[in-house]
Ligand binder design. Structure first.
Ligand code: 3AM
Length: 187
């Protein structure tokens, strides 16, 4: 009998305020006919896709994610555009903040150590806004959206066709370093 599996990925998951902002941005983007907007509750930023994970591997994956050292990441989403091959419309920052690259590298190393190596393609942070989009002119947002990413989530991609399609199985707050908190307290 085939082993039971879950289709999983690790993502930065927005809090209610960031989700509202992302959803408003997604609504404001004019999309071509046939585009399928991502359900507001599904908006996220993927850090690493794992694919089908057998249930018995789940504890190792959770432990890998739980133990990653990371601080909250300040992300300024400044532009929208489209990748014609996966046919997705996205919003993205101009540059990848160093804290985000660091988080992806450390998380990737921990996941690789339990058998889930990262993709060879370079990491390009983005929030997918819609699917089935072949063409959308790159545009700068008049009002960039700031998202303080403070929640790392292990997410299941559900097989059922209706959105929302994703379910957070577990999530971990990204903690400010103790030293930094002290500094802020003195401000
Ligand atoms: O976060 P976004 O929407 O960019 O496209 C899938 C989605 O990306 C991606 O993982 C996220 C959660 O489903 N994904 C799905 N299959 C994938 C694969 N085989 C994949 N990424 C890489 N390789």
């Amino acid at each position: 009998m085939a082993a039971e599996v879950k289709r999983l990925f690790l993502a930065l998951w927005p809090d209610a305020a960031a989700r509202q902002g992302l959803a408003a941005l997604a609504r404001a983007v004019a999309l071509p006919a046939g585009a399928r907007r991502v359900h507001p509750e599904d908006l996220h930023l993927t850090l690493q896709f794992l694919g089908a994970v057998p249930l018995e591997r789940l504890p190792a994956v959770r432990e890998a994610a739980a133990g990653v050292e990371a601080e909250p990441v300040g992300l300024e989403l400044t532009r929208v555009g489209c990748w014609p091959r996966p046919r997705v419309a996205w919003c993205a920052p101009d540059e990848t903040p160093a804290e985000l690259s660091g988080l992806v590298a450390r998380l990737g190393a921990r996941l690789a150590a339990v058998g889930y190596p990262a993709e060879s393609r370079p990491f390009r942070p983005h929030v997918t806004l819609a699917r089935k989009v072949r063409r959308l002119a790159d545009a700068r947002l008049v009002q960039p959206l700031f998202w303080r990413c403070a929640d790392l989530a292990l997410v299941e991609s559900l097989a059922r066709p209706a959105p929302p399609r994703y379910q957070v199985l577990e999530h971990w707050p990204l903690a400010e370093k103790a030293g930094k908190q002290k500094e802020n307290e003195l401000d």
